[in-house]
Write a protein that binds this ligand. Structure first.
Ligand code: F6P
Length: 351
């Protein structure tokens, strides 16, 4: 193995730079490789100045930095790229151009740091001959085959730091997985946690708040996952989607807050939003990201591709990308995390 490429795709997540740093250091120190950073996700292969030589000096000091030194194209899907042709916006497939760009660079391996969308593209590019290895990145923790993705722990620590006040509704990210709301809700002392995996009833949420007031406790914390939905109802979106953009979830916290206001409780709604994705990674995420980055290079050196590094019961392993992507990870409604929350008296708004 002589030449390795690294790219970061999708939205940013704390720990991306820590993975890049570990991969660059391992590739150079342990395997004497040349390393290339691809700017702005897959787009870097076809953009001017899209490739950056990465040396040890390029990664000095980046361990605690949020974001990614490589930039990331949030919707950088080579199979569906929006371009302007004859004054009109059209969607085209540039995957063959991307593959040509990768071949021109003579990469022996391409490390792809991304969530499900970016990793799915990596898996498809492998079918076109690109030697990919995935690293699971997302604050949502919704990738199959791994106990945890990097970025999740930092998102939790930010969410718990914010969770205080009167009747406080805190809307958290996570898409269709309730991990962020569940874990930060438990760690932040929430009284009610609403997640996509357990449909809720508005009246049950109000009843919990009312019960607390009747016992003299005037404050309640309600952690709401952006993907939570009422039983028999629908998720709340702030924007629709198309063939390039996925629909954007958002607004359920406000809806829950308005219901509680009407039920007579003074309520404040906070949407943490992208704050959860910024900032310096926690020590846990730096440790995990470093292990993932180094392991991805080792897997590359063994010439095993279309794989994803993963954490399995505290050990770093690698699994087939197809297996990681087959079933998205979700909170188990009867699993120990939910039982723990119920056991300490947290309501999921379902009874
Ligand atoms: O997947 C990470 C995530 O932060 C989700 O929790 C959230 O729904 C989504 O990305 C937001 O995407 P965007 O940055 O495009 O608004």
């Amino acid at each position: 193995m002589q030449r390795i490429g690294i790219l970061t795709g999708g939205g940013d997540a704390p720990g991306l730079n820590a993975v890049i740093r570990a991969a660059v250091k391992t590739a150079i120190n342990q395997f004497n490789c040349e390393v290339f950073g691809i700017r702005n996700g897959y787009d870097g292969f076809i953009e001017e100045n899209g490739i950056l030589r990465l040396g040890l000096e390029s990664v000095r000091g980046i361990l605690p930095r949020g974001g990614t030194i490589l930039g990331a194209a949030n919707r950088g899907n080579p199979y569906a790229r929006k371009v302007i042709r004859s004054g009109k916006e059209v969607t085209i497939d540039v995957s063959d151009e991307i593959v040509k760009g990768i071949k021109r660079l003579k990469l022996d391996a391409l490390l792809v740091l991304g969530g499900d969308g970016t990793l799915r593209i990596a898996h498809e590019l492998y079918q076109k001959g690109v030697p990919v290895i995935g690293v699971p990145k997302t604050i949502d923790n919704d990738i199959g085959g791994t106990d945890i993705t990097f970025g999740f722990d930092t998102a939790l620590s930010i969410a718990t730091a914010e969770a205080h006040h009167r009747v406080m509704v805190l809307e958290l990210m996570g898409r269709d997985a309730g991990f962020i709301a569940l874990h930060s809700g438990v760690a932040g002392g929430a009284d009610v946690i609403l997640i996509p995996e357990i449909p809720f009833k508005y009246e049950a949420v109000a009843a919990r708040v009312r019960g607390r007031v009747e016992h003299g406790t005037l404050f309640s914390i309600i952690a709401v996952s952006e993907g939570a939905k009422p039983a028999g109802g629908a998720q709340v979106f702030s924007r629709g989607g198309d063939e390039v953009y996925v629909p954007r979830l958002g607004g359920v916290g406000q809806v829950v807050g308005e219901y509680l206001e009407k039920a007579g409780f003074e309520t404040r709604v906070t949407v943490l939003g992208h704050l959860q994705r910024g900032g310096t990674p926690t020590a846990f995420d730096r440790w995990l990201a470093t292990r993932y980055g180094a392991a991805a290079v080792r897997v590359a050196a063994e010439g095993r591709f279309d794989r994803m590094v993963a954490l399995d019961s505290a050990k770093i392993i690698d699994i087939a990308l197809a297996d990681a992507l087959a079933v998205p990870k979700r909170v188990e409604p009867d699993g120990d995390a939910v039982l723990t929350a119920r056991g300490i008296g947290i309501s999921f708004g379902d009874e």
